[in-house]
Design a protein around this ligand. Structure first.
Ligand SMILES: [Zn+2]
Ligand SMILES: [Zn+2]
Length: 322
């Protein structure tokens, strides 16, 4: 499924089989998660130059050929880094100035075959079937990085209860934190889902929490949530913006930032994040809830994600027999 230009629906296309270059693996894709970032790519909110582009950056696949033939791997958003810039050489390859991203700069997993840099192909924990593993690769990894950036906050707010929050909620509960879920006003289904996963409270994102929080992570791409979350956290609290794109943040009084509150973003992931989280997930254990779609129904999956109709994570089933 390819993107010809931003704003157009994805188109089913027959492309030549991709050929792995030096250091790359040829992959038979089993499943690919659908991420909100894919919506930003399709809508043109993230600049991508590759045309046509195969989106998708939560790839579960089997390696075809070479030393790792037969190995099941996961390919995340971060697809290549330079290894030389000041970020790469200081443990911050997520900020690499020349980074290439899967399903944005490089063809991704909305396809039967893909190629990926072998260094960015993670071995996947055996406990997870393909469909359940897919959301770990972005929702899980970015969620994990965002949770670490939130510090050891005992009372944690999650704004937007989609794929990432449904995973972070389980990890946070496992760590003994109290979780408060913030959703669109009357989204009773998401609120019930959050409570099922251990949130002790779920309610309207623009309203106040039942008590002061120590940190909040914003997954929804909605700038209005930034002042709302700053108001929800107490002195010394942290607000983490975990999305790659967000509508403009309205101006707000300095008072709600004062008191040593921290406002920060989280960008991408490092391979260390990936190794850490893929080892942690089975220990929690994180259970991912997925809504599945055939590859040819990628546009419907994106539309459902846009409308907030997905419970947990949307996943494209590319090879039902795998
Ligand atoms: Zn670099
Ligand atoms: Zn993603």
């Amino acid at each position: 499924m390819v993107l010809d230009e931003p704003g157009a629906p994805l188109r089913a296309a027959d492309l030549p089989d991709p050929e792995p270059g030096p250091g790359e693996l040829l992959l038979r894709v089993h499943a690919c998660g659908v991420c909100r970032t894919d919506l930003h790519v399709v809508d043109g909110e993230l600049a991508t130059t590759r045309r046509p582009l195969v989106p998708g950056h939560q790839i579960v696949a089997t390696v075809l050929g070479g030393e790792r033939a037969g190995e099941r791997v996961g390919v995340p958003w971060l697809g290549w880094t330079c290894g030389r810039c000041r970020f790469c050489t200081s443990g911050r390859e997520n900020l690499c100035v020349a980074a290439r991203f899967t399903g944005a700069d490089l063809d991704g997993g909305y396809a039967e075959l893909a190629v990926a840099d072998a260094r960015f192909c993670f071995p996947l924990p055996a406990d997870y079937p393909d469909l359940q593993a897919a959301p770990l690769l972005c929702a899980g990894l970015i969620g994990h990085r965002a949770l670490r950036m939130a510090g050891d906050a005992p009372r944690l707010g999650l704004y937007g209860f989609g794929a990432a929050a449904h995973i972070v909620c389980q990890v946070a509960r496992h760590e003994g934190r109290r979780v408060f879920a913030f959703t669109r006003g009357r989204d009773a289904e998401s609120q019930a889902f959050a409570r099922e996963l251990g949130a002790e409270w779920a309610g309207d994102a623009l309203g106040p929490p039942p008590e002061e929080l120590d940190a909040a992570i914003i997954f929804a791409p909605v700038g209005e949530l930034v002042p709302a979350a700053l108001r929800a956290v107490g002195r010394g609290g942290t607000v983490v913006c975990a999305g790659i794109h967000m509508s403009d943040i309205p101006s707000f009084p300095y008072e709600i930032l004062w008191g040593e509150r921290t406002l920060r973003s989280v960008a991408n992931l490092t391979r260390a994040d990936g190794e850490e989280f893929l080892a942690l997930a089975p220990r929690v254990p994180v259970r991912t809830e997925v809504a599945t779609y055939a590859l040819a129904d990628a546009n419907r999956a994106l539309a459902d994600l846009r409308a907030g109709r997905v419970r947990g994570a949307a996943v494209l089933v590319v090879d039902p027999g795998a």
